[in-house]
Ligand binder design. Structure first.
Ligand SMILES: [Fe+2]
Ligand SMILES: [Fe+2]
Length: 271
C-alpha cells in the first residue's frame, strides 16, 4: 500500500495547504490511505468539527489529535459523530472517542491507526503509553488483521519517540512522531521492518516559532513577560510528513520518504 502521514496542521495556513495540495497528491502519488494530525488546525489549539470536515473533505481518511484534542469544545461532541477522528489512547479515561480504529481502505484492505501521548516533558501526566500501544498491536497482528498499521506517537522527547519506534518495530508499518512541529532527518526503516521518523514536522508556516507568529514567543523568551496571545503564523505552509510503501502480506515497510512541500522549508519527497 501507499500511505501518507501528515504532521500537525497549524491554523489557517496549514488547512489551506491541505486543501490546496492533498487532492493532487492523492491522485498523483496513487495514495491508498492518508492520515493527518489535526490537533492544531483551529487557531493553533485543537480542531473544530467544521475544520475537521474540511481536512476530511480534502482527502484525509483519518485525523489524529494530541494533547490539544479537546481544546475546541465542540470536539467533545464531534468525535462521537465522526469515527474517522481519533484521540490519543491514553488521554483521560473519561474522554469521548477512541484511540484506535481499523479502517477499510478499499479493495478489501484494512489499515489500523492508533495514537498515544508521551510522558516525558509533557504538561500533564498522561497514563502509560507503552502498555496501551502494546495491547492494541497484540490484538491486531500486522499483515493479518491489518494490512498496514500507522502509530502516531505524540510526544516531546526524541528519546521517548525513538524508544516507541523500536517498541513497535516489526509490528507496525510506520511509527511517526508528532507534537514538536519540526521534521527530523532520521526517516528510516528499522531492523524489524517498521518505517520510522522521530517527528513528521507540522503543516504550517515555518517563518514562525513552531507555527506561531514569532514576535510574542520571542518576547516571552527574551523578557520573560507576556504581552499578547499566541496566534498562528499566516504565510504559506510547508506540507510536512512521511510517505511509506508497504508489503500487503507482512504490513511492513519497503520504502519510506520524508515529505516537505511548499512554504519555507527545503523540499523533499517525490513518490
Ligand atoms: Fe501536541
Ligand atoms: Fe501540535
Amino acid at each position: 500500500m501507499r500511505l501518507l502521514f501528515l504532521g500537525d496542521v497549524m491554523g489557517r495556513s496549514g488547512r489551506a495547504a491541505i486543501s490546496d495540495r492533498l487532492p493532487g497528491l492523492r491522485r498523483d502519488w496513487a495514495l491508498d490511505f492518508v492520515c493527518v494530525n489535526a490537533e492544531n488546525a483551529t487557531s493553533g489549539v485543537g480542531v473544530s468539527g467544521a475544520h475537521a470536515r474540511t481536512l476530511l473533505d480534502a482527502g484525509a481518511d483519518c485525523l489524529t489529535l494530541g494533547d490539544h484534542a479537546f481544546d475546541q469544545k465542540d470536539m467533545l461532541k464531534s468525535i462521537g459523530a465522526e469515527p474517522r477522528i481519533l484521540r490519543p489512547l491514553n488521554f483521560a479515561k473519561s474522554a469521548p472517542g477512541k484511540g484506535f480504529r481499523l479502517f477499510d481502505a478499499g479493495n478489501g484492505k484494512k489499515v489500523l491507526v492508533l495514537q498515544a501521548l508521551g510522558q516525558v516533558f509533557m504538561k500533564k501526566p498522561f497514563a502509560d503509553p507503552w502498555a496501551a500501544v502494546d495491547q492494541v498491536l497484540k490484538a491486531h497482528p500486522c499483515g493479518k488483521l491489518a494490512n498496514a498499521i500507522i502509530v502516531d506517537f505524540h510526544a516531546e522527547a526524541t528519546s521517548e519517540k525513538m524508544a516507541m519506534g523500536h517498541w513497535c518495530d516489526g509490528r507496525a508499518s510506520l511509527v511517526v512522531g508528532t507534537h514538536t512541529h519540526v521534521p527530523t532527518a532520521d526517516t528510516m526503516i528499522l531492523q524489524g521492518g517498521t518505517a520510522y521518523q522521530t517527528d513528521a514536522g507540522m503543516c504550517g508556516d515555518y517563518n514562525s516559532v513552531i507555527g506561531m507568529e514569532k514576535a510574542e514567543p520571542m518576547r516571552r523568551f527574551v523578557t520573560g513577560m507576556v504581552k499578547d496571545r499566541f496566534a498562528p503564523a499566516r504565510a504559506e505552509a510547508t506540507l510536512c510528513g512521511t510517505f511509506v510503501e508497504t508489503d500487503d502480506r507482512t504490513g511492513l515497510a519497503t520504502r519510506v520518504m520524508p515529505v516537505r512541500i511548499g512554504g519555507s522549508l527545503a523540499e523533499s519527497g517525490a513518490a
